[in-house]
Design a protein around this ligand. Sequence first.
Ligand code: TXA
Ligand code: MG
Length: 542
Amino acid sequence: MAETKLFKYNESDLRMLDEIGSILRDGGIVGIPTETVYGLAANAFDGSAVAKIFRAKGRPQDNPLIVHISEISQLDKVVSSVPAGAYELAEKFWPGPLSIIMPKGERIPDEVSCGLETVAVRMPSHPAARAIISAAGVPLAAPSANLSGSPSPTTAQHVIDDMWGRADAIVDGGMCDVGVESTVVSLVGDKPRLLRPGGISLEQLESVLGEVEVDRAVLAELEPGQKAASPGMKYKHYSPKARVIIVKGSFENYKRFVSNKKGCAALCFDGEGSKLDIPFIEIGREHDSQTQAHLIFDALRKLDEMGVQTAYARCPDTDGVGLAVINRLLRAAAFTVLDVDGAMMIGFTGPTGAGKSTVAKLICEKYGFAHIDCDEIAREIMSPGSPILMQLAQAFGEDIINDDGSLDRALLASRAFASKEQTLLLNSITHPVITSIAIAKVNSFTLEGKMAVLLDAAAVFESKIDKLCTFTVAVTAPEDVRKERIIRRDGITEEKAEERINAQLSENEYEQKADIIIRNHLPYSIEKEIGKIIEAYKERKQ
Ligand code: TXA
Ligand code: MG
């Protein structure tokens, strides 16, 4: 563990600057403030110094770094040619939050470019960053100074939290102004291409370059195996430990949706939090993208300090700097976006033998609700040859795939349920896909004019599908009734029936977790019982 020296930046302290400069010249790595986010800097010409950055961050080896310069005269030392448009961009937006991808110069080692023929260059505007680059006397390669995968640091404290004992020094220059990382634009292809939105907006780029293509990865998830133009865009980024879900729609519907959600918090706009009944963090006024950018990473870190399990984020505007905010939020949310103005999502579950499917059918016929069978989605995504099946084989052993390419469910189950970690691993592979398919289906039911959708799954609570739902319903019946039903229905022995029943949550747990209980057994009238659902629906849809 390295000893980390902490400096409080003071522009008139030349001895301090000298010391920081020599740490960098000697191959050290230093956390430095910039106007976007804090960077973890090393001499860009020194491959072994740069390698330390990757180790300190736990950064994947194929994700190249941005080279920071303080004078335009340094550009020639880091690129082999300056493409058309680059000087115009520099003239207008440097120093500032813009990184330009250009052909790489000879002195830039592979450690910086990760084997690419190109290099990203930026001239930061933060006085401390510029003074430190000057003091070092060399361009500095610097990624954001967070541990790989966690939110970028916008205060010195964030850097201390992630890099203490990993960096040689950290320079405290106060809170970063912009708050999201620089815009990354590539000038090496046929057309200028926006790879990462940031402090300089698409509109600003186009005012200089004319039309700029927006890389698909800016707003959409890459398909498995698809190559990222900007390697950084393929990683799950900026994630707090809490699960983030972006919620589209009016504030009124948002408010009703998050109401009473236990263990959850709201990431909302100024003035909204006090109207909610769950803990909240406000990130600026509704249409103030600048402030939202400034606060977003700090807010994501605060969620974890609050010990929140799920955070519901209001959906920001997507123009101007807003494009950068939604880009970072989408990654933090693993692309989960709910539309609370659309069809209401109702979690629907119950233990085996309670008659869940029969009751679901009854409800959908009576009220015109749509039905999504999440267990069927789970089976479909594991069909022979599917990418999920490959991932499962990688995680749990190739022998879980039968000779005909199908999944050996029993073998997978025996391995995946052997320990808590293994179960989590299984869930981390399957749940995000099931979630995104289910949401896509709900969106198309919304377009068809459906008012509500039953999200039917055996494990609504275990899979955390309940967190996507406005409310949840459990269909129940006493254990002896259920046992008798499944023995009759599936022609199995009493012992087998008990085994199945014991593998699930108990009756009691369903009753505690679900918002509404439908008792599907005598002496209750099922007609009357399902009436509770339409009441709950109406209550939440005013
Ligand atoms: O604002 C910023 O840009 C901050 C501060 C410290 O300057 N730095 C930063 O660096 O955000 P980092 O490493 O976290 O993000 C760099 C992004 C990554 O997505 C990376 O894949 C992309 O830029 N990138 C770097 N060089 C590239 C290249 N030659 N071609 C394509 N993408 C590149
Ligand atoms: Mg980063």
